[in-house]
Each structure stands twice: as structure tokens, then as C-alpha cells.
Design a protein around this ligand. Structure first.
Ligand code: C2E
Ligand code: CA
Ligand code: CA
Length: 709
């Protein structure tokens, strides 16, 4: 019994020293048990986080003073309970159940007030001893119940604004896992119980398998599976994580080497580096060494660094990131949005890609969609590629594709899988493997913001055929009006030799390939479409083109499109030139021109010398002065004002291609409801008869355009 033994007291605080404390408390447990009131008390474990800092500020003596004061507060608050000092800055209390929690709170509050430094906080763990714990006391030894309280206390050691936690069964399991992990880690690396799983990453606009992520797995034949979430944390806490990550690096390098040697189409593999790796080793040097040893290239390995890493030591990590990037590795920011990063950090660091944290898709709703959209837009503005993690449903995938998220990873596509399956995966799922050329091609598309009212489509042009790869909502809207609803339909049309004037589109693609861009008004029986093409990138013979479509006769969805389009077409056919003058911008856009010097889609300045040159070249000398007067904004506005249709018509003698002068009718309409009082100028030859409703159509067309400008 406790009384038969001499108790030892801690010299500094006067509290019971740890072994004596356990001796006393087990006696209390026995007594409570005999009296049938067990469990009458809770075990409370106190620890001060960062007490080292206190010592370095106030010196050892100051630290001793503080510990004495803590002991005094504990004695005061836990009057009538049993108090002891464990090692250093840890204290133990066996506290009566009824008051234990309130007293713990009070003690934490008073001690924190006394320390008065937010970086140095007392924390407590409470083990709410259960009735069947008495057996375990006897079986497991006297410190048993306090060990559990300590586990609870340790569980919150990194948490701010939390001063105590209750022990739970899960914490117990964690502790058990922890012990197992630390005892068997080295052995598991050697005997193959730690393996790498590979999770495919898919490129949105092609659906091709473009990357994979290496994730550690620990399967122990006896102990069972240990979750990476657990062993990664344990290894980090124990400062052993770099051993795991170097192991992963070497395994990945081996796999890449194997794939290359056996002509298996491969994709770059990304590796996770823990924040601590940057302090425990030199990840950059390590990667360089392994890449050299296995004769790989830097673009075969991507580096994932998690968001929380970059908070720690910015300038140091910036250098690490730059070292990797300068040597040709892509560096990805993992778990973006999981809590910490501000957008400044993104702008400051030069990452290649951000991985949107799974949390964005966890609570998938309209508002989370808005957030995802704005992250994607922002990332594009910063020139970052985007990858969404945790894609689990088709709905999520479709949404992410539609907003231009570059890559996707998640159970919807594939779970992390063993190497044997990973190698077969593309064939099995009929997903093609992206080639390095395609990577170059498609990486450029990611810079384009597709969350816009502008219609944007991406096409591959291989010198023979155009193939659509992506269309944003606005683009599909335009296409749907002409009866195209799927990529298959678009591609079929582009390969159908009977399609009217298809060669003009291919001529345009060829032009864009050679010169970078081009535009054209494409006309069929039922529609009129302005097509703009821009070359984004090229790899070998493959060109990635961005297309913008503007349906020139798209106004009301319920009009008889065919009839309306015919009229517009007749109208356009009637005029040789149609120009759109933007009043506020002082620009002229060419909508149609019979003059080979001007191409549809071209934009010029609305300035005098444009017309002066034209007048000199083409207008009859007698008409030149009047022409220049007419082509002036103010003249058009004042003439139009006088008419009831905001329209003014005049005629000039103009040279045609053969050098003969002909009368041309200039019809200018001021479009009052546009911001800049824009003007539509249509020029036709006098000889053509007016269509009965010609000016009606012109008015209609004017309104149509003004709505869109
Ligand atoms: P992480 O880097 O964010 O990896 C993605 C995690 O999400 C993986 O969990 C993966 O299995 C899981 N996941 C993938 N798709 C889905 C999905 O559609 N739905 C859901 N609910 N989950 C999905 P895992 O493998 O358990 O890894 C957890 C974390 O452990 C990783 O998160 C990473 O931070 C870390 N980790 C894993 N392996 C290593 C490693 O070798 N080294 C280091 N330093 N950390 C690693
Ligand atoms: Ca990762
Ligand atoms: Ca992640």
C-alpha cells in the first residue's frame, strides 16, 4: 500500500515525483475499486508546448521560476486532487471526475495568462477512465491511464486555440500504429512491404493518360494495411520521412527506366516531397543524382510540394523550387486551397501546376463550383496549369472540362494501383497515353481562359484533318444553332468531302499554321459564320489551333433560321463591302470586302489617312474631296440625324479591278443603341437592283449586330 513506501518529492516544485505519483495513484485506484466507486477520477496530463523557447528567452532560472508558478497554480486549482511532476515541463493530475474538466480549463487559462506568450502554451490531455479500465491498470502497469492522457495531449500539440483534448479509441489506435511503424519501417522498406501505387492523371481536353502520381502503400502481412495518412505523419514526426521519399524516388526511377527499356509508352510520374524533406536532405540534389544514375530526363519526373510547406521558410523554398525548375523539372503545388496559401504566394513562387485540393469537390455545390471557376481563371492569369484532385463523378468531370481545368485525377478515372496494373492500365481502359509531343501541344491550351462569353474551341490540325478537342459553352452554343451537338458530329463534318466550301476552312487552317492566324466568313445555305483561327502551339506536324466562332445570323433562337439566313445572305451578297465602325474605339472592322487588301475580321483605325490612301487609289478625282468629307464621323452622324432611319446614302465613282470607274452606293447607318454610336457602312454597285425588302434586312442586320457589340 502507498503508505508503506517513502514518497519522493520534486525538489523544484515540491510536487510528487513521477514514480511516487504513479505509486500513489494506483493505490487510489485500488481503494476506489474496493469501495466500488471506480472510476471516480480522470487522468490529466499537462505539457507546455515550446517550453524551450521560454528558457531561451528568460534563461534557465526564469524557466525554473515559471515551473514553480505552474505547480502553484495546479495546487490551487486542483485542491484535494493528486498532482505530480513528470519529466521537464509535464505535469500529472489525478482529478475527481465531477470537477476535472472545469479545473483543467481553469488551470490552462491561468497558466497561459501567467506565461503570457502566444507561442508558448500549456495543453492538456484528459483520459476519462472507464469502469473496465481497472483490469488494465493491473495488467499494463501504473502509468497506463496517464499514457493515454498524454496521447490525447500530443494530438493537439500543433493546434492553436485548443487547450485540452479527451483521449479517444482512435488515438489509441494511432499510438499503436505509431509504435509499429517506428519499429518496422526500415525492415518494411527492405522486405517490400512498402510499395508504390500509381494513380493515373488524365488530360481534360484529350481524355488521354498524361501523368501519374506515385503514392506509398504499406501492406504488412500480419499487422494489416497502414494508411499513408498515418505512416506519413508518424515518419514526419520522427524525422524519417526523407528515407521513405528517397525510396519512392528510386522506385519511380526504376519503373521509368524499365518502361523506356521495354518500349512501354510512359508518362511523367510525380513524387510527393514532404516539407521536412527540405530540411532532412537535399531533394534537388537527390533527384538529380537518381535521374543521372538511371539515365532519365528531368521532364519525366514532376515534383509535388504541399501547400503548407511554403509557409515555413519562403526564401529558402523559393530557391529550392527554382533549382528544380531551372534544371527542367516541373514543380507542382499540392493540396492548393486546403487552408493556407494566399494568392500572393502563388504569384511569388514559380510553380508549374497547382493541384486543387480534394476539398473543393467534397462539398460539390453551386457555390463550390463558383470557387473552382475563379481559382481556374486566376491560375490561368498567373500562367499556372491546373489539376483537380478527387474527381469522383462524371458530373464533376464534365464541369471541370467545361471550365478549362487542364488535368484530372480521381476515382472516377482510376484509383491508385499496383505497378503491374498501372502498366496495363491505358490498354485496359482504352485510354491512350499522351506522347511528349502532345504534352507540348496541349500545355499551351491551358493558358487560355475559356470561362468567357467568347466562343472558344481547340482543334488539332495534322496537316490533313482538323479534329476538335475542346469547346467551351459559348462555342457549343454557336455550334448547336447549326445542328452540331457533339465532337463526333463536328469531326464527321470536317471529314465530309461533300460539305460545301470545306476547303476554305482547311485553307484557313493552313494559313494559321504558317502565319499564326487567319479569319474568314464561312457561308452555307443556312448560316453565316465568322471563323477566327489562331495557332497556339506546334509539335512536329501537329498544330494546336484556337477557333472562335461568331454566328453572324444568330439572333433569336425562335426565328426561322433558314429563311432569315437566306435574307442575310442575299443582303450580304448584294453588297461588295460591309464595314463596321466602332465609334468609341475609333476602329473599323471589316465584315466583308471585295477589296483584296482587306480581309474579313481585320480591324483598322478609323483615321483620315486610311481613307486618304483609299481615295487616291480608287475614288474618281472629282469625287475625292466629297468622299473624304463623307467618311468622317461627324458628317455621317449629322447626315444620319436628318433622316428618319438614322441612315444616309450617297454615291461615289470608284475604280473596279479592271480600272473602270463605276458608281458605288455607300449606305451608312448609325446604330444609336451602341455605346459609341457605331456605324455600319455597306457599299454596293449601283447596277444591282434593290431587293424589295433590302433596306428592311439592312435595318434588321444592323440591330442584330448592335446587340452583339
Ligand atoms: P495527396 O498527395 O493529396 O494524394 C492524393 C490522395 O487522395 C491519395 O491518398 C489518393 O489515394 C487519394 N485519392 C485519389 N483520388 C481520390 C478520389 O477520387 N477520392 C478520394 N476520396 N481520394 C482520392 P493516399 O494515397 O492515402 O495519400 C494520402 C497523402 O499521403 C497524400 O495526399 C500525400 O500527401 C501523402 N503521401 C502519400 N504517399 C507519399 C509519399 O510517398 N511521400 C510523401 N511525402 N507523402 C506521401
Ligand atoms: Ca500529392
Ligand atoms: Ca493532394
Amino acid at each position: 500500500m502507498a503508505a508503506q513506501r517513502e514518497n519522493n518529492y520534486d525538489a523544484l516544485t515540491g510536487l510528487l515525483e513521477m514514480h511516487s505519483f504513479f505509486h500513489v495513484t494506483i493505490g487510489i485506484a485500488d481503494r476506489d475499486h474496493e469501495q466500488g466507486i471506480f472510476p471516480a477520477r480522470y487522468a490529466v496530463y499537462f505539457n507546455i508546448s515550446n517550453f524551450k523557447l521560454y528558457n531561451s528567452i528568460y534563461g534557465i532560472e526564469g524557466g525554473d521560476e515559471c515551473l514553480k508558478k505552474i505547480a502553484a497554480i495546479l495546487k490551487d486549482v486542483f485542491a484535494g486532487d493528486y498532482i505530480g511532476r513528470a519529466a521537464g515541463d509535464s505535469f500529472l493530475v489525478l482529478a475527481a471526475k465531477g470537477t476535472a474538466i472545469a479545473r483543467t480549463e481553469e488551470a490552462c487559462r491561468r497558466i497561459n495568462e501567467m506565461i503570457n506568450n502566444p507561442g508558448i502554451q500549456i495543453r492538456a490531455g484528459i483520459n476519462q477512465t472507464e469502469s473496465d479500465d481497472y483490469g488494465k491498470y493491473v495488467q499494463k502497469g501504473d502509468s497506463f491511464t496517464f499514457d493515454l492522457a498524454k496521447i490525447a495531449c500530443d494530438s493537439i500539440k500543433d493546434k492553436n486555440n485548443v487547450c485540452y483534448a479527451f483521449y479517444t479509441k482512435e488515438m489509441g489506435k494511432y499510438n499503436e500504429d505509431r509504435n509499429f511503424i517506428l519499429a518496422h519501417f526500415e525492415e518494411a522498406l527492405k522486405n517490400g512491404n512498402i510499395k508504390i501505387a500509381y494513380q493515373p492523371i488524365v488530360r481534360s481536353i484529350t481524355g488521354k493518360f498524361c501523368n501519374s502520381e506515385a503514392l506509398s502503400r504499406w501492406y504488412d502481412p500480419e499487422y494489416g494495411n497502414i494508411s499513408p495518412a498515418v505512416f506519413i505523419k508518424v515518419l514526419e514526426d520522427a524525422h524519417l520521412i526523407h528515407k521513405l521519399d528517397t525510396f519512392v524516388l528510386r522506385e519511380v526511377a526504376k519503373v521509368l527506366r524499365y518502361e523506356i527499356d521495354h518500349d512501354i509508352p510512359y508518362v511523367p510520374i510525380s513524387i510527393n516531397f514532404s516539407r521536412l524533406d527540405f530540411f532532412l536532405m537535399n531533394p534537388f540534389e537527390e533527384v538529380q543524382k537518381v535521374v543521372k544514375e538511371f539515365d532519365l530526363k528531368p521532364n519525366m519526373i514532376d515534383i509535388e510540394i504541399t501547400e503548407s510547406t511554403i509557409l515555413e521558410d519562403e526564401s529558402f523554398l523559393k530557391k529550392e523550387v527554382n533549382d528544380f525548375r531551372n534544371a527542367g523539372y516541373e514543380v507542382w503545388l499540392d493540396d492548393f486551397g486546403s487552408g493556407y496559401s494566399s494568392l500572393n504566394v502563388l504569384a511569388d513562387f514559380h510553380f508549374d501546376e497547382i493541384k486543387l485540393d480534394m476539398g473543393f469537390l467534397k462539398n460539390y455545390s453551386e457555390s463550390s463550383q463558383r470557387v473552382i471557376k475563379s481559382v481556374i481563371v486566376m491560375a490561368k492569369q498567373l500562367g499556372l496549369h491546373t489539376l483537380a484532385e478527387g474527381v469522383e463523378t462524371k458530373e464533376q468531370a464534365d464541369f471541370l472540362i467545361s471550365i478549362g481545368c487542364d488535368k484530372m485525377q480521381g476515382y472516377y478515372y482510376a484509383k491508385p494501383m499496383g505497378l503491374d496494373i498501372a502498366v496495363d492500365y491505358p490498354q485496359q481502359r482504352q485510354i491512350n497515353v499522351e506522347t511528349p509531343e502532345e504534352e507540348i501541344l496541349f500545355n499551351r491550351a491551358s493558358a487560355v481562359n475559356v470561362i468567357t462569353d467568347k466562343s472558344i474551341g481547340f482543334y488539332i490540325y495534322d496537316g490533313k484533318y482538323l479534329t476538335i478537342r475542346f469547346a467551351n459553352n459559348a462555342y457549343w452554343h454557336v455550334l448547336s444553332k447549326i445542328g452540331l451537338h457533339s465532337k463526333e458530329e463536328v469531326n464527321a463534318l470536317l471529314r465530309d468531302p461533300t460539305v460545301n466550301k470545306l476547303e476554305s476552312i482547311y485553307d484557313l487552317a493552313e494559313k494559321a499554321k504558317n502565319t499564326g492566324k487567319g479569319s474568314l466568313i464561312y457561308q452555307t445555305d443556312i448560316y453565316y459564320m465568322n471563323i477566327n483561327m489562331q495557332k497556339l502551339s506546334q509539335a512536329g506536324n501537329m498544330v494546336l489551333l484556337q477557333l472562335e466562332l461568331e454566328n453572324l445570323n444568330l439572333r433569336h433562337t425562335n426565328v426561322d433560321l433558314t429563311k432569315y439566313a437566306r435574307e442575310i445572305r442575299n443582303f450580304m451578297a448584294m453588297y461588295r463591302d460591309i464595314y463596321y465602325f466602332k465609334g468609341d474605339l475609333g476602329e473599323i472592322e471589316v465584315l466583308q470586302s471585295g477589296n483584296p487588301a482587306y480581309k474579313a475580321g481585320e480591324v483598322m483605325k478609323w483615321e483620315k489617312d486610311v481613307f486618304e490612301n483609299y481615295a487616291k487609289d480608287r475614288i474618281h478625282p472629282q469625287d475625292q474631296k466629297r468622299y473624304l468629307h463623307f467618311m468622317n464621323k461627324e458628317t455621317i452622324y449629322s447626315l444620319a440625324e436628318k433622316s428618319d432611319k438614322d441612315e444616309t446614302v450617297t454615291m461615289f465613282k470608284e475604280k473596279d479591278r479592271n480600272g473602270n470607274y463605276k458608281w458605288m452606293i455607300y449606305d451608312a447607318i448609325v446604330i444609336r443603341d451602341t455605346r459609341g454610336n457605331d456605324v455600319l457602312l455597306a457599299i454596293r454597285e449601283d447596277v444591282l437592283p434593290w431587293m424589295a425588302d433590302g433596306s428592311e434586312v439592312l435595318q434588321e442586320y444592323t440591330r442584330d449586330i448592335s446587340e452583339k457589340k
